[in-house]
Design a protein around this ligand. Sequence first.
Ligand SMILES: Cc1cc2nc3c(=O)[nH]c(=O)nc-3n(C[C@H](O)[C@H](O)[C@H](O)COP(=O)(O)OP(=O)(O)OC[C@H]3O[C@@H](n4cnc5c(N)ncnc54)[C@H](O)[C@@H]3O)c2cc1C
Length: 246
Amino acid sequence: MSETPAEMAEPSFRSDVTVELVKHTAGDSDVLWAARVSTAGEQSLEELSKDPDRSKGLINFLMRDRHGSPFEHNSMTFFISAPIFVFREFMRHRAGWSYNEESGRYRRLEPVFYIPDAERKLVQEGRPGKYVFVEGTQAQQELTGRVMVDSYRQAYEAYVEMLDAGVAREVARSVLPVGMYSSMYATCNARSLMHFLGLRTQHEQAKVPSFPQREIEMVGEKMEQHWAKLMPLTYAAFNANGRIAP
Ligand SMILES: Cc1cc2nc3c(=O)[nH]c(=O)nc-3n(C[C@H](O)[C@H](O)[C@H](O)COP(=O)(O)OP(=O)(O)OC[C@H]3O[C@@H](n4cnc5c(N)ncnc54)[C@H](O)[C@@H]3O)c2cc1C
């Protein structure tokens, strides 16, 4: 059904990302259970949790020596809301991830757009492979906010104009920018999450530094907070072993 311009929702602008843990079956005991089948056969989860020091030691050994498969017997599903350019980077992570994203073909996209806040460093200094980001000037910050708002408004008006004229959503969406928000479910296990975090976050305990774009790092940091609570021994071992996925 076509909509009149009067019905066009007013664009809104955000600087944050959100990550909700919508379901999970993930605990340190899942790692122990999977690992101990090697030497002890089938064991109950209660039995596995009896000796915390032994559990901690086993998880640390698995992490250190990169015995990765015991970290796959668990599942976490996140609902993520972030700009499209974040999802474009996110979906490069193929192994151990499942995705479902909202459709621009089957629904009219809401006008929610990303504007970096004052904390987001705006200026890149240095050469490719060796660079840092530094604060922008007040003038650069004002320019960025103003130009983004103008451009987003113009793009969304063009989108709605085409929808009003009967053009299909899948065609009209071509004019929408990558700073527009989207949402998706992303399901992973602890091993695939660790690989993601090793590449998409910066951390003082990382043996191999990475240089992720800040906005995907914001998503990674929120997923990490959820995961740390679910699997504290695995999380501690990940950090202690340089944040390299086993
Ligand atoms: C800082 C940064 C900058 C980046 N810049 C760019 C860029 O400029 N352009 C660009 O295109 N991408 C870029 N990427 C994306 C990057 O190249 C990877 O696609 C992304 O980080 C996912 O990593 P992955 O392939 O290891 O993860 P996954 O796809 O989850 O794979 C996990 C692991 O499984 C194995 N694996 C998966 N698939 C295969 C396969 N087909 N063959 C062999 N082994 C496989 C590998 O060991 C891999 O490490 C960048 C990533 C980062 C972190």
